[in-house]
Design a protein around this ligand. Structure first.
Ligand SMILES: Nc1ncnc2c1ncn2[C@@H]1O[C@H](COP(=O)(O)OP(=O)(O)OP(=O)(O)O)[C@@H](O)[C@H]1O
Length: 271
Protein backbone atom coordinates (compact mmCIF):
# COMPACT_ATOMS: atom_id res chain seq x y z
CA UNK A 1 0.00 0.00 0.00
CA UNK A 2 1.15 3.53 -0.59
CA UNK A 3 2.53 5.65 2.26
CA UNK A 4 -0.04 7.30 4.50
CA UNK A 5 -0.81 10.99 4.30
CA UNK A 6 -2.06 13.22 7.03
CA UNK A 7 -4.21 10.94 9.18
CA UNK A 8 -2.21 9.78 12.22
CA UNK A 9 -4.69 6.97 12.96
CA UNK A 10 -3.70 5.47 9.63
CA UNK A 11 0.04 5.60 10.31
CA UNK A 12 0.52 2.03 9.15
CA UNK A 13 -1.85 2.22 6.19
CA UNK A 14 -4.73 -0.10 5.46
CA UNK A 15 -8.32 0.48 6.45
CA UNK A 16 -9.08 2.76 9.35
CA UNK A 17 -12.55 3.31 10.84
CA UNK A 18 -13.10 6.17 13.25
CA UNK A 19 -16.11 6.67 15.47
CA UNK A 20 -18.53 4.83 13.18
CA UNK A 21 -22.17 4.99 14.23
CA UNK A 22 -25.24 3.49 12.53
CA UNK A 23 -28.89 3.90 13.48
CA UNK A 24 -31.85 2.06 12.04
CA UNK A 25 -34.72 4.28 13.13
CA UNK A 26 -34.51 4.29 16.93
CA UNK A 27 -32.17 1.28 17.08
CA UNK A 28 -28.47 1.95 17.61
CA UNK A 29 -26.73 -0.77 15.57
CA UNK A 30 -23.22 0.71 15.93
CA UNK A 31 -21.86 3.45 18.13
CA UNK A 32 -18.37 4.98 18.33
CA UNK A 33 -16.64 2.07 16.61
CA UNK A 34 -13.00 2.73 15.72
CA UNK A 35 -10.66 0.06 14.45
CA UNK A 36 -7.85 -0.58 11.99
CA UNK A 37 -7.06 -3.31 9.51
CA UNK A 38 -3.39 -2.95 8.65
CA UNK A 39 -1.62 -4.40 5.61
CA UNK A 40 -0.35 -7.93 6.17
CA UNK A 41 -2.71 -8.56 9.11
CA UNK A 42 -5.77 -10.75 9.50
CA UNK A 43 -8.16 -8.79 11.73
CA UNK A 44 -11.26 -10.46 13.15
CA UNK A 45 -14.58 -8.88 14.09
CA UNK A 46 -16.63 -11.04 16.44
CA UNK A 47 -19.55 -10.59 18.84
CA UNK A 48 -22.79 -12.25 19.94
CA UNK A 49 -25.88 -12.27 17.69
CA UNK A 50 -27.07 -8.77 16.89
CA UNK A 51 -23.79 -7.17 18.01
CA UNK A 52 -23.42 -5.24 14.76
CA UNK A 53 -20.88 -7.33 12.81
CA UNK A 54 -22.82 -7.48 9.54
CA UNK A 55 -23.73 -3.81 9.82
CA UNK A 56 -20.04 -2.96 10.20
CA UNK A 57 -19.16 -5.10 7.18
CA UNK A 58 -21.90 -3.38 5.19
CA UNK A 59 -20.57 0.03 6.18
CA UNK A 60 -17.12 -0.84 4.84
CA UNK A 61 -18.65 -2.19 1.60
CA UNK A 62 -20.85 0.89 1.19
CA UNK A 63 -24.18 -0.98 1.57
CA UNK A 64 -24.97 0.97 4.76
CA UNK A 65 -24.18 4.65 5.18
CA UNK A 66 -22.98 5.48 8.70
CA UNK A 67 -24.70 8.33 10.53
CA UNK A 68 -21.44 9.29 12.25
CA UNK A 69 -17.74 8.72 11.74
CA UNK A 70 -15.28 8.43 8.90
CA UNK A 71 -13.10 5.93 7.12
CA UNK A 72 -9.71 6.10 5.47
CA UNK A 73 -7.76 3.74 3.25
CA UNK A 74 -4.01 4.35 3.34
CA UNK A 75 -4.73 7.59 5.15
CA UNK A 76 -7.01 8.95 2.43
CA UNK A 77 -10.70 9.59 3.02
CA UNK A 78 -12.71 6.60 1.88
CA UNK A 79 -16.38 6.66 0.94
CA UNK A 80 -17.13 3.17 -0.30
CA UNK A 81 -19.36 2.60 -3.28
CA UNK A 82 -20.26 -1.06 -3.75
CA UNK A 83 -19.84 -1.01 -7.53
CA UNK A 84 -16.40 0.59 -7.28
CA UNK A 85 -14.85 -1.54 -4.53
CA UNK A 86 -12.62 -3.53 -6.90
CA UNK A 87 -11.35 -0.35 -8.49
CA UNK A 88 -10.52 0.87 -4.97
CA UNK A 89 -8.40 -2.27 -4.38
CA UNK A 90 -11.00 -3.93 -2.16
CA UNK A 91 -12.57 -7.35 -2.64
CA UNK A 92 -15.18 -9.10 -0.55
CA UNK A 93 -16.85 -12.44 -0.16
CA UNK A 94 -20.39 -12.37 1.15
CA UNK A 95 -22.36 -14.72 3.39
CA UNK A 96 -23.43 -17.62 1.19
CA UNK A 97 -21.66 -17.80 -2.13
CA UNK A 98 -23.09 -15.33 -4.66
CA UNK A 99 -21.62 -16.75 -7.88
CA UNK A 100 -23.22 -16.13 -11.27
CA UNK A 101 -25.06 -19.36 -12.12
CA UNK A 102 -25.12 -18.73 -15.88
CA UNK A 103 -21.33 -18.35 -16.10
CA UNK A 104 -18.86 -21.23 -15.84
CA UNK A 105 -16.49 -21.34 -12.88
CA UNK A 106 -13.58 -19.84 -14.80
CA UNK A 107 -15.82 -17.10 -16.23
CA UNK A 108 -16.99 -16.27 -12.70
CA UNK A 109 -13.38 -15.75 -11.65
CA UNK A 110 -12.64 -13.69 -14.77
CA UNK A 111 -15.63 -11.50 -13.94
CA UNK A 112 -13.98 -10.70 -10.58
CA UNK A 113 -10.97 -9.09 -12.23
CA UNK A 114 -10.45 -5.35 -12.09
CA UNK A 115 -12.18 -3.00 -14.51
CA UNK A 116 -9.06 -2.71 -16.63
CA UNK A 117 -8.79 -6.45 -17.21
CA UNK A 118 -12.55 -6.88 -17.52
CA UNK A 119 -12.74 -4.46 -20.41
CA UNK A 120 -10.98 -7.09 -22.47
CA UNK A 121 -13.20 -9.85 -21.12
CA UNK A 122 -16.44 -8.12 -22.01
CA UNK A 123 -15.05 -6.99 -25.36
CA UNK A 124 -14.34 -10.69 -25.87
CA UNK A 125 -17.91 -11.63 -25.00
CA UNK A 126 -19.04 -9.12 -27.62
CA UNK A 127 -16.48 -10.54 -30.08
CA UNK A 128 -14.78 -7.18 -30.54
CA UNK A 129 -11.48 -7.34 -32.50
CA UNK A 130 -8.13 -7.28 -30.69
CA UNK A 131 -9.51 -8.64 -27.43
CA UNK A 132 -8.46 -12.28 -27.89
CA UNK A 133 -5.01 -11.97 -26.40
CA UNK A 134 -6.27 -10.05 -23.41
CA UNK A 135 -9.05 -12.55 -22.81
CA UNK A 136 -6.55 -15.43 -23.02
CA UNK A 137 -4.34 -13.69 -20.48
CA UNK A 138 -7.29 -13.11 -18.15
CA UNK A 139 -8.41 -16.74 -18.52
CA UNK A 140 -4.89 -17.97 -17.68
CA UNK A 141 -4.84 -15.72 -14.61
CA UNK A 142 -8.24 -17.07 -13.52
CA UNK A 143 -7.01 -20.65 -14.04
CA UNK A 144 -3.94 -19.92 -11.90
CA UNK A 145 -6.19 -18.69 -9.09
CA UNK A 146 -8.43 -21.74 -9.37
CA UNK A 147 -5.34 -23.97 -9.22
CA UNK A 148 -4.03 -22.08 -6.20
CA UNK A 149 -7.33 -22.77 -4.44
CA UNK A 150 -7.33 -26.41 -5.52
CA UNK A 151 -10.47 -26.18 -7.68
CA UNK A 152 -9.06 -25.91 -11.22
CA UNK A 153 -10.71 -29.23 -12.14
CA UNK A 154 -14.11 -27.49 -12.00
CA UNK A 155 -13.20 -24.63 -14.37
CA UNK A 156 -15.75 -25.55 -17.04
CA UNK A 157 -18.55 -26.54 -14.68
CA UNK A 158 -21.46 -24.32 -13.68
CA UNK A 159 -21.51 -23.35 -9.98
CA UNK A 160 -24.94 -24.83 -9.15
CA UNK A 161 -23.65 -28.32 -9.96
CA UNK A 162 -20.83 -28.15 -7.40
CA UNK A 163 -20.58 -28.86 -3.66
CA UNK A 164 -20.95 -25.85 -1.36
CA UNK A 165 -17.33 -25.97 -0.10
CA UNK A 166 -16.05 -25.88 -3.70
CA UNK A 167 -18.29 -22.92 -4.54
CA UNK A 168 -16.93 -21.08 -1.50
CA UNK A 169 -13.39 -21.55 -2.80
CA UNK A 170 -14.43 -20.29 -6.21
CA UNK A 171 -15.91 -17.20 -4.55
CA UNK A 172 -12.53 -16.57 -2.87
CA UNK A 173 -10.77 -17.04 -6.23
CA UNK A 174 -13.12 -14.50 -7.77
CA UNK A 175 -12.37 -12.00 -4.99
CA UNK A 176 -8.62 -12.53 -5.46
CA UNK A 177 -8.95 -11.84 -9.19
CA UNK A 178 -9.32 -8.18 -8.27
CA UNK A 179 -5.75 -8.27 -6.81
CA UNK A 180 -7.10 -6.66 -3.64
CA UNK A 181 -5.06 -4.75 -1.08
CA UNK A 182 -7.94 -5.20 1.34
CA UNK A 183 -9.99 -8.38 1.53
CA UNK A 184 -13.31 -8.42 3.41
CA UNK A 185 -14.64 -11.84 4.40
CA UNK A 186 -18.20 -12.08 5.76
CA UNK A 187 -18.74 -15.35 7.64
CA UNK A 188 -16.74 -17.47 5.20
CA UNK A 189 -17.08 -20.59 7.41
CA UNK A 190 -20.90 -20.52 7.28
CA UNK A 191 -22.28 -23.87 6.11
CA UNK A 192 -18.89 -25.61 6.02
CA UNK A 193 -17.94 -28.82 7.84
CA UNK A 194 -14.99 -29.29 10.19
CA UNK A 195 -12.40 -30.34 7.57
CA UNK A 196 -13.41 -27.60 5.14
CA UNK A 197 -13.12 -25.02 7.94
CA UNK A 198 -9.58 -26.24 8.71
CA UNK A 199 -8.63 -25.82 5.05
CA UNK A 200 -10.32 -22.43 4.91
CA UNK A 201 -8.26 -21.39 7.94
CA UNK A 202 -5.00 -22.23 6.17
CA UNK A 203 -6.21 -20.35 3.11
CA UNK A 204 -7.12 -17.20 5.08
CA UNK A 205 -3.81 -17.33 6.99
CA UNK A 206 -1.97 -17.33 3.67
CA UNK A 207 -3.88 -14.40 2.13
CA UNK A 208 -1.70 -11.50 3.36
CA UNK A 209 1.51 -13.06 2.06
CA UNK A 210 0.28 -14.17 -1.36
CA UNK A 211 1.41 -12.46 -4.53
CA UNK A 212 3.56 -9.95 -2.63
CA UNK A 213 0.42 -7.81 -2.13
CA UNK A 214 0.73 -7.57 1.68
CA UNK A 215 -3.05 -7.63 1.68
CA UNK A 216 -5.04 -6.57 4.76
CA UNK A 217 -7.82 -9.01 5.70
CA UNK A 218 -10.95 -8.21 7.73
CA UNK A 219 -12.76 -11.35 8.86
CA UNK A 220 -16.30 -11.17 10.25
CA UNK A 221 -17.06 -14.60 11.61
CA UNK A 222 -19.16 -16.57 14.11
CA UNK A 223 -16.93 -19.61 14.16
CA UNK A 224 -14.76 -18.99 17.22
CA UNK A 225 -12.11 -21.66 16.60
CA UNK A 226 -11.47 -20.30 13.13
CA UNK A 227 -11.22 -16.70 14.34
CA UNK A 228 -8.90 -17.64 17.19
CA UNK A 229 -6.61 -19.68 14.93
CA UNK A 230 -6.24 -17.29 11.97
CA UNK A 231 -6.45 -13.74 13.34
CA UNK A 232 -3.50 -11.57 14.34
CA UNK A 233 -5.88 -9.34 16.27
CA UNK A 234 -9.56 -9.40 17.12
CA UNK A 235 -12.19 -6.70 17.71
CA UNK A 236 -15.18 -7.65 19.81
CA UNK A 237 -18.54 -5.93 19.38
CA UNK A 238 -21.44 -6.12 21.80
CA UNK A 239 -24.67 -4.15 21.37
CA UNK A 240 -22.99 -2.07 18.65
CA UNK A 241 -20.01 -1.01 20.75
CA UNK A 242 -16.41 -2.16 20.63
CA UNK A 243 -15.83 -3.81 24.01
CA UNK A 244 -12.40 -5.37 23.41
CA UNK A 245 -9.46 -5.43 21.02
CA UNK A 246 -6.30 -7.51 21.18
CA UNK A 247 -4.58 -10.74 20.23
CA UNK A 248 -6.67 -13.91 20.32
CA UNK A 249 -5.15 -14.79 23.72
CA UNK A 250 -5.91 -11.32 25.13
CA UNK A 251 -9.46 -11.37 23.84
CA UNK A 252 -10.09 -14.89 25.18
CA UNK A 253 -8.98 -13.81 28.64
CA UNK A 254 -10.92 -10.52 28.66
CA UNK A 255 -13.72 -10.65 31.28
CA UNK A 256 -15.91 -8.26 29.23
CA UNK A 257 -15.80 -10.69 26.31
CA UNK A 258 -16.63 -13.66 28.51
CA UNK A 259 -19.54 -11.73 30.00
CA UNK A 260 -20.86 -10.71 26.56
CA UNK A 261 -20.80 -14.30 25.31
CA UNK A 262 -21.93 -15.93 28.56
CA UNK A 263 -24.75 -13.39 28.85
CA UNK A 264 -25.86 -14.32 25.35
CA UNK A 265 -25.70 -18.04 26.16
CA UNK A 266 -27.64 -17.61 29.37
CA UNK A 267 -30.35 -15.61 27.56
CA UNK A 268 -30.51 -18.21 24.78
CA UNK A 269 -30.77 -21.03 27.32
CA UNK A 270 -33.51 -19.16 29.17
CA UNK A 271 -35.40 -18.61 25.89
N1 LIG B 1 -31.68 -3.05 7.90
C1 LIG B 1 -31.94 -3.06 9.20
N2 LIG B 1 -33.03 -2.42 9.71
C2 LIG B 1 -33.27 -2.40 11.04
N3 LIG B 1 -32.49 -2.99 11.95
C3 LIG B 1 -31.41 -3.66 11.52
C4 LIG B 1 -31.07 -3.73 10.13
N4 LIG B 1 -29.92 -4.45 9.99
C5 LIG B 1 -29.56 -4.81 11.24
N5 LIG B 1 -30.44 -4.35 12.15
C6 LIG B 1 -30.35 -4.50 13.59
O1 LIG B 1 -29.08 -3.98 13.98
C7 LIG B 1 -28.50 -4.78 15.02
C8 LIG B 1 -27.16 -5.32 14.54
O2 LIG B 1 -27.43 -6.29 13.53
P1 LIG B 1 -26.27 -7.05 12.75
O3 LIG B 1 -26.96 -7.92 11.74
O4 LIG B 1 -25.28 -6.08 12.27
O5 LIG B 1 -25.63 -7.93 13.91
P2 LIG B 1 -24.67 -9.19 13.76
O6 LIG B 1 -23.63 -9.05 14.82
O7 LIG B 1 -24.19 -9.34 12.37
O8 LIG B 1 -25.68 -10.35 14.13
P3 LIG B 1 -25.67 -11.90 13.67
O9 LIG B 1 -24.49 -12.49 14.35
O10 LIG B 1 -26.95 -12.41 14.25
O11 LIG B 1 -25.60 -11.95 12.18
C9 LIG B 1 -29.52 -5.86 15.34
O12 LIG B 1 -30.29 -5.43 16.44
C10 LIG B 1 -30.36 -5.93 14.07
O13 LIG B 1 -31.66 -6.39 14.37
Amino acid sequence: MSPPTGDPSAADGGLSLRDIGVRFGGLVALEGVSLQVRPGRVVGVIGPNGAGKTTLFNVVCGFVKPSTGSMTVDGRPFQPRPHRLNADGIARTLQGVGLFDHLTVVENVMAGATNEARTGFFAGLLALPGSDREERRLREFAMELLAELGVAAYARAYPQTLPYAVRKRIAVARALAARPRLMLLDEPAGGLGHDDIQELGALIRGLPARGGLNCAVMLVEHHMDLVMSVCDEINVLDFGRLIAHGTPAEVKANPKVLEAYLGADVEEAAA
